[in-house]
Design a protein around this ligand. Sequence first.
Ligand SMILES: Nc1nc2c(c(=O)[nH]1)N[C@H]1C(S)=C(S)[C@@H](COP(=O)(O)OP(=O)(O)OC[C@H]3O[C@@H](n4cnc5c(=O)[nH]c(N)nc54)[C@H](O)[C@@H]3O)O[C@H]1N2
Ligand SMILES: Nc1nc2c(c(=O)[nH]1)N[C@H]1C(S)=C(S)[C@@H](COP(=O)(O)OP(=O)(O)OC[C@H]3O[C@@H](n4cnc5c(=O)[nH]c(N)nc54)[C@H](O)[C@@H]3O)O[C@H]1N2
Ligand SMILES: [Mo]
Length: 686
Amino acid sequence: MPVYSTVCPRNCYSTCSIKVHVENGKLRRIEPHPDNLATPEGPCLKGLSYVERTHSPDRILHPLRKDKNGPGFSRVSWDEAFDLIVERLTRAREDFGPQSVLYYTGSGTKGLLNSVGMEFWKLFGGCTTTYGDLCWPAGLEATRLTLGENKHNVPWDLENAGLIIQWGKNAAETNIHQTVFMNRASEKGARLIVIDPRRTETAERAELLIQPRPGTDGAIALAAAHLLIRENSIDRPFIEKHVLGFDEFEEAVRECTPDWAAEIADVPVHSIETLAERIGNSGPVTINAGFGMQRYTNSGQTMRAIIALLAITGNIGKPGAGWIFADLQTQIFGTVKDPIAFYPPGSSNDDVRVSISTARLGRDMLAARDPELSIAWVERGNPITQNPDTNRVLQAFRGLSFRIVVDQFMTDTAREADLILPAKTMFEQSDLIGAYWHPYIQLKQKVLEPPGEVKPESEVYRELALRLGIPKSDLRDVIPGPADADIEAYLTKHLAPFPELTLEKLREGPVLVPGLQEIAFSDYRFPTPSGKIELLSHEAESRWGVDAIPRFVESRESIRQERLNGDKKKLLYFLTPNTKNRIHSQFNNLKTILALDPKPLLIIHPEDASIRGVKNGSQVRIHNDRGEIKVKARFDRGIKPGCVSMTNGWWISQGGTVNFCSRGRETDMGHGAAFHDNLVNVERLS
Ligand SMILES: Nc1nc2c(c(=O)[nH]1)N[C@H]1C(S)=C(S)[C@@H](COP(=O)(O)OP(=O)(O)OC[C@H]3O[C@@H](n4cnc5c(=O)[nH]c(N)nc54)[C@H](O)[C@@H]3O)O[C@H]1N2
Ligand SMILES: Nc1nc2c(c(=O)[nH]1)N[C@H]1C(S)=C(S)[C@@H](COP(=O)(O)OP(=O)(O)OC[C@H]3O[C@@H](n4cnc5c(=O)[nH]c(N)nc54)[C@H](O)[C@@H]3O)O[C@H]1N2
Ligand SMILES: [Mo]
């Protein structure tokens, strides 16, 4: 049975290398790939479920057109589909201009070939597209402003840590391969502290779990800095050489006493004291900040305050120490490194108008003028389920005259389409993939022919461009031809600047990115304006309008200041984290996955439940002024009272997306989505 080396391209830390067995055009088995030092144990259950997913009877295998009078869809030929798209696009361009078309992409799959879509829209004459990102930009921007660049030590260096702080990251579910290195570190005596309002799986081995009121981590960090400075547990020579703004920072944290922070964050004073003591006295300190924590309106400043703890204690540029958020060293092909510079908001390059905030998708779509939007093209994304404020997003999509959705399955967004185009899976077209946790460049190999009439997106764009009368010569270099050899030539061209990387080598397995710095910042070069770690950032002030020093401000929708309707005592923080056996809205339509996690549940503390008459297993209504969700409640004493949680990614057709209740609102920096700035009421239905 032929065995191929390939990689899982989901938007996930682990980006596992895998070996796949193929027989008679079918995927038979998925195995670990030992050459990836970060993921040698092999894929998670989601990875193993590709055998089911790829050949699932639910896959969309042909173009589908919405029936005239009903919710159903009927199969159409590609010829009919192309004719329809050409007719609609041409009419929209003539009547309103090319910017009346919204091109929306999500993070459903990674890869270099994803950029072909935008090349098509430029040739079309332009489009409207989104800026910002749902996932990580507040943290990326806070890190860039402070350290100059987003990179971190290689994953296996974590075993050298003396103290690991998992700050708002639930690695046991979202980065399972990292837990192996955490365990090795703890066998060598490292301590583990977890900071999370939920008692997660990651917290099980921690010596200290701090459960803050959501959105208050900045206060905890500033108080820990206050204590470290007061106890003189800081690295003065490091600060003198490498840190800008220490004096101003010291001045700012003078007021930030542990009592002050304990009251704000609703945590014991001694927890903050222990945190500071451990940072000061445990040897190399690694702080791993998750993405969940940076989805608040104050979270860029929070992240800057947390990085400051490492800067003042000299825990940067050394083995076992440092800041883990995202390592973008492998992003050598695309524009991920500086998401703000890539199509900045409000800009109009090549007639591509960048005027819609991903975080405010529904509202901005409805507000678009001159021209108004009339068509949407959605690819690799499921915005009805995953973007904030689902009701507004639905309203915006339903107000358009034509919707095209490219996907593998009948998602909530696909159901809203007029035309669905069948999407490839990761096994059906080759592509090059970077990562954001480990340092490997990988080749995602084509190992299967696309089933049914599935066409990879690049092929769809090429055909469409030709039918729109765009000369073949304009497509050269930007939209590859359909043959495997055309795709390989395209990838080879992008590899040319890196002689260490060849397709032949990548076919065997993962290759370390050329020029890798294993210990990030070990050369103490910080590409900030001052060349130092900037605790004082004038750019933070001028670009984002926040204080140049990281200070604590309440998040917008906090129990303390939000003026929502209703009895404020009864409002609860609604956390919507990720979960082990799904990637956002993917995988939850598979039997393998549903067997373990069959339906959405609201996790609630028995104290909060009893005030509301909610029993374990009661049907409840979660609601606020944005919308409502009805699910069953499950008691959990591990969640902080005052908070409830439900994992994101459930489809409306499965019981409801959490985003019915979230608001379309940006983070303080980076144009991220402040999903967790979200208060709800919970009431018992039965
Ligand atoms: N299995 C699996 N793995 C994944 C993904 C997936 O969907 N499934 N998604 C991938 C992607 S795209 C991403 S972005 C990452 C996300 O990876 P993580 O950051 O680990 O995931 P989240 O679940 O979003 O958030 C982590 C934790 O933050 C906590 N949190 C929420 N608010 C606060 C707060 O105010 N303070 C603190 N201290 N903690 C808070 C939540 O309770 C949650 O446990 O995971 C990646 N890996
Ligand atoms: N409330 C709340 N909402 C959240 C989050 C949260 O923490 N709370 N997390 C946010 C985060 S971190 C993220 S990253 C986003 C993720 O949200 P999205 O970017 O929308 O990602 P997914 O749900 O993973 O996948 C989107 C779709 O891509 C499709 N797909 C996969 N591969 C391909 C392909 O090759 N071609 C095409 N055309 N389609 C493909 C899948 O079938 C799926 O339907 O969700 C965000 N939404
Ligand atoms: Mo994400």
